[in-house]
Design a protein around this ligand. Sequence first.
Ligand code: HEM
Length: 445
Amino acid sequence: MITRIPTAANRLPLIGHGVQLARRRTEFLASLTEVGEIVEINMAGMPAYVLTDPDLVWRVLVSESHNYLRGRMFDKMTEVLGDGLATISGEAHRDTRRILQSTFHKRQIAAYGPVMSSIAADVAESWRAGQVIEIDDAMNDLTARVVNGILFSSDLGAAAADAIQRRLPVVMRGMLTRTLIPGAWQLLPLPANIRYRRSIEQMDSAIDAAIAAYRSSGADYSDMLTTLLSLKDETGNPMSDQWIHDQVITVAVGGIETTSAALSWCLRYIGTRPDLEQELHEELDAVLGDRPVELGHVMALKFLGRVVQEVLRMHAVAVFMRRTIGPTQLGSYKLPASAEIIVSPYTMHRSARWFPEHGRFDPDRWLRSETQNLPKGAFIPFSAGHTKCIADNFAVLEITLALAEICRRWRLRPVPGQAVREVTTGATRPNRLTMRPELRSPVTE
Ligand code: HEM
């Protein structure tokens, strides 16, 4: 039996659901769970199908993934990421993922732990009580330093690290808007378009210069760029500079904004909910005492783990895409060839069916039976299947270490009168988050 696919309400001629996608993206996506298991929307003339049913998500990402390639969003990302792991499909993806796996292996991630906690300690130590801090910027700074610290430990990479830190936010903003609102406006010499192109060029040339400098030095700096330079393809040849360039920029695009968004939301909830803050402080005192956080503490920080998990549920990535290779049967639905499919972790995590009171921030939902038996595909902060985030363990470790280091020293209080809303670029982050640190208790080391 073939089931008809419903269309989302309020579609306008020409622009389709462009207004909802531009102005109220997350509310619009979350509302689709009420419309159907799969819902047709229109992105300024281009139809796309949003999945809201866990079984359909699982088929597309895992059990029937051979029927799909990456979709339109990834075509746009190719302008920036080239043949980086996050944009390629099929055999090329499988080979690249195999080659890169060692850089994100559990043992390797453990070696990144001290870099992560020392950068977090440095950021937390730089704050003064009562100072007004733009937390969203500070967290972006922190995660950019972590990614850059892991990519380039030598000064030969300093200019590349600086370009990534300063230029990437402009590129991230441009990339999602270009995907969701297609059109010739992208080619016009508008200031935003010029800034976008220039930022890409600056990052590209700084990364190329770092690769050339590392190659000619030939030294082992025990960082990710040294590892990338040492990797070999299946015929035993070293990887090309362009391949290395594409993986470096992919790690920066994948790893900075996503983790900084999660960190910012965690700090907001902890700073505005005294019940959460108290439970967290009790846990930090019991596990860390007066000591700085280390890798060995992470497993014992169970409440903090639930806070992180709940943030990954509530403020998940809004959209990633797939495209059917040919005419495709998906469950009881029929899709044409080259149909654009939207997988939205955000939408899935806002389903009242799987997450009762889904709009409530409730870390303890992860202790209750309702979350123990979730269907596959209902909770997908890092996607699933062969394209699942290669750095999921890296990300959770980084977020946990940073929060422990910040929260053992500071209580962060929101500056009154600020309405915080979600904005989506690569991640779903707060538009702005201003807080003041209050010293919790003297920290001895
Ligand atoms: C909270 C933090 C993070 C979230 C929510 C997140 C989310 C995701 C998602 C949803 C995908 C899969 C997209 C798809 O299936 O097409 C993905 C892939 C990827 N992520 Fe992450 N990510 C995070 C952190 C990171 C970090 C820290 C890095 C690098 C240091 C990273 C690097 C990548 C890469 C390279 C891919 C491509 C994997 C592949 O296609 O094989 N991510 N991420």
